[in-house]
Design a protein around this ligand. Structure first.
Ligand SMILES: [Zn+2]
Ligand SMILES: [Zn+2]
Length: 111
């Protein structure tokens, strides 16, 4: 398989370590040989857009969750399931999320 340098379009030749190297000495670009590994699409959280900004992704929530007494601001129901979740990119440790047992409203509890 002949590869061409993506930088200067010269032919690439195989070099040690299973790489290919650009034949153009003034370029010398090196890259891994072979087809690029299939880029795995990061699995985005499947969630519907909600009005509340603080309500985040609710995917991966286990079916069996502990419940606690917490009043739902939506329907006033007082039992909610809860779970902890590490927020992406946030430097806070873990956030507790609550989900109303009745209407399914999910909200985040601020410590
Ligand atoms: Zn090159
Ligand atoms: Zn509710």
């Amino acid at each position: 398989m002949v590869e061409f340098c993506p930088k200067c379009k010269s032919m690439m030749k195989p070099s040690a370590e299973g790489k290919v190297k650009c034949r153009n000495p003034s370029c010398g670009l090196e890259k891994g040989a072979g087809p690029a590994p299939a880029v795995a699409e990061p699995r985005m959280g499947v969630t519907s857009k909600r009005r509340e900004r603080e309500v985040t992704v609710v995917d991966g929530v286990p079916d069996t969750l502990p419940t606690t007494r917490a009043k739902c601001s939506e329907c006033g129901h007082e039992t909610a399931q809860w779970w902890l979740r590490q927020m992406r990119g946030a430097d806070e440790p873990e956030t507790r999320f609550l989900r109303c047992m009745k209407c399914g409203k999910t909200w985040r509890e601020y410590a």
